[in-house]
Design a protein around this ligand. Structure first.
Ligand code: HEC
Length: 221
């Protein structure tokens, strides 16, 4: 009898707190998933902050501004690089990156020209258009950039560097060299890795002067 009384009181309390006089309001949300979609709609205004820690922006509105869920891959994107950046003083992932292969097939003639262009735009200012570590920013020590960029052809470490590790350094930076993750897509970074490998291979078999492509993509003699 006592039990029934308690159950009745609980049900009445739930009914009273669950209803509002404003019939546009859904009342107390016992299971908020029913009222608020968890689906992330890009740039949609949020009507609830229940499933996000995004904060209110200008105008007091809350927007979804989260970065993609770690490990997810955008449509059309090459498989992502799952290793995060090492913390200061740690090199675990830098070492582990050696095992990650280049997901792209060897460069086609067209892709090679695009990779050469990307290299010239992003890297040649320091590493030089001949990949000799002597771009205009360094200029044999006379330029404004004090740290010597690596010679990507003859430096023994870079010459023997596995693709994944090169990708790691381009993605997260290395000492005085910054990250290129925001300037170059994942695919573009892997293309540049292929490009550097091809230049290294060509340098061993051909005279350097015949293999350079300029910024317009035309082969220079
Ligand atoms: C602002 C100058 C600068 C630019 C631009 C730059 N680098 Fe570097 N890079 C450096 C310097 C300096 C080092 C040597 C870092 C060290 O080991 O101390 C380096 C090192 C490297 C290494 C060796 C990394 C390692 O793990 O030892 C690679 C590979 C490399 N750069 C590739 C690139 C590529 C590809 C680009 C273009 C996407 C690029 N760099 C753009 C300055 C630059």
């Amino acid at each position: 009898m006592k039990k029934i009384a308690i159950i009745t009181v609980v049900i009445c309390a739930a009914a009273v707190t669950g209803c509002r006089f404003n019939n546009r309001s859904e009342g107390y949300n016992y299971m908020p998933d029913m009222a608020y979609s968890r689906a992330v709609e890009t740039y949609a205004d949020l009507d609830s902050s229940r499933f996000t820690s995004d904060t209110a922006q200008a105008g007091g509105k809350i927007y979804y501004d989260r970065t993609p869920v770690p490990g997810t891959i955008a449509r059309g994107e090459v498989s992502s690089f799952h290793l995060p950046m090492d913390k200061m003083g740690d090199s675990t992932n830098y070492v582990a990156s050696k095992a990650i292969p280049n997901p792209l097939p060897a460069l086609s003639a067209v892709d090679y020209l695009e990779a050469a262009r990307l290299y010239l735009v992003n890297c040649a200012i320091c590493h030089g258009d001949k990949l000799d570590g002597n771009g205009p920013l360094f200029d044999g020590g006379n330029g404004p950039f004090a740290a010597a960029p690596k010679n990507l052809i003859t430096d023994p470490v870079v010459a023997n560097m596995p693709d994944g590790q090169m990708f790691y350094s381009i993605t997260y930076g290395k000492n005085a060299m910054g990250s290129y993750a925001s300037q170059l897509s994942t695919k573009q970074r892997w293309m540049i890795v292929h490009y550097i490998n091809e230049k290294q291979a060509n340098a061993n078999t051909k005279p350097a002067a015949t293999t350079v492509a300029d910024s317009t993509g035309n082969a220079k003699k």
